[in-house]
Ligand binder design. Structure first.
Ligand code: CAA
Length: 288
């Protein structure tokens, strides 16, 4: 399918990543259906999209027409059957391979034959997800970065059987969304998290061993390496449960001890200190 045929985009999962993806698609004129089954999540997603669009509009980063498009182009649904006419679906549910495979099997049954099924997974194998469908050539990874409306990159991951046509279409779609696509092969963590997560893990080891305080570690990386956020602040921003689950994928996928999740990270996740979303991680936050 050519990118010009894409009119209706489905997004499954309306959390931070899903609603960010819905927002950037709607702003560029695509009709979007955002699906979530958890009560209250869709309402919150629409509120967050409005707040983000208003902020970007007030800074002159969105035109009046784009602000209006965000209002007009997004509909919500609690039943995945609403994606019956979608030309492309981006799945952005939690990082659970069984859940993703179930969703892909269902999407495979109900979406048109030409539809491309993409996953925003940050580390799970695209090939394994594709194998749950009868169309593995039209399954691909579209890994957006958080916060989606601000981050330039989309990592595009080609599974073992993803076709060249699917890859070309999705690369072009990412450009039309105002992003820069970069192709990565389907190995654990792809490129972004293969490099980012070991750095964050190392920062947590440094904290655990008392090499420096959280503030010292973050300040060194901010002022010494020009990172916009220190690694521990970034871990809190991503969510410590998400960081742990990606490290587990790297550790199991490569079987290499260099990816071993830091025991302090495991302990914090066990305690429910998940970062910004729970109000406490390496730092404390006011919960929204
Ligand atoms: N929509 C619109 N505006 C937003 C926004 C959103 N979703 N999120 C933040 N902003 C706004 C803020 O409100 C703020 O506005 P004001 O200037 O009017 O106050 C502005 O953006 C700048 O934000 P901050 O002042 O908080 O600070 P900042 O300059 O540090 O920018 C940032 C924020 C872009 C998030 C920057 O800190 C940054 O780039 N951090 C690193 C992010 C990163 O590494 N992301 C990747 C995470 S890993 C991932 O996503 C992949 C994975 O699989 C885990």
């Amino acid at each position: 399918m050519s990118v010009d045929q894409i009119q209706h985009i489905g997004v499954v999962g309306a959390g931070t990543m899903g609603h960010g993806i819905a927002q950037v698609c709607a702003v560029q004129g695509y009709r979007v259906t955002l699906v979530d089954v958890v009560p209250g999540v869709l309402e919150r997603a629409l509120r967050d999209i409005t707040a983000s669009v208003e902020k970007l509009h007030s800074k002159g980063r969105l035109t009046d027409a784009q602000r209006q498009a965000a209002q007009d182009n997004i509909s919500t649904a609690t039943d995945i059957a609403a994606l019956r006419t979608a030309d492309l679906v981006v799945e952005a549910v939690s990082e659970d391979v069984a859940l993703k495979r179930d969703i892909f099997a269902r999407l495979d049954e109900l979406t048109p034959l030409h539809a491309i099924l993409a996953t925003n997974t940050s580390s799970i194998s695209i090939t394994a997800i594709a194998a749950a469908t009868q169309r593995p050539d039209r399954v691909i990874g579209m890994h957006f970065m958080n916060p989606v409306p601000l981050m330039q990159l989309v990592e595009i991951i080609r599974g073992l059987t993803t076709s060249q046509e699917t890859l070309d279409t999705v690369m072009e779609l990412a450009r039309r969304l105002g992003k820069t696509p970069v192709e990565a092969a389907d190995y654990p963590g792809f490129i972004a998290n293969r490099i980012l997560m070991p750095m964050i893990n190392e920062a947590i080891y440094a904290l655990m061993e008392g090499v420096g305080t959280a503030e010292a570690i973050d300040t060194v990386m901010k002022l010494g390496a020009n990172h916009p956020m220190g690694p521990l602040t970034l871990a809190d921003f991503i969510g410590l449960d998400v960081v742990l689950s990606i490290l587990e994928v790297l550790y199991q996928g490569f079987g290499d001890p260099k990816y071993r999740p830091c025991p302090l990270l495991r302990k914090m996740v066990a305690a429910g200190h998940l970062g910004r979303k729970s109000g406490r991680g390496f730092y404390e936050y006011a919960v929204k």
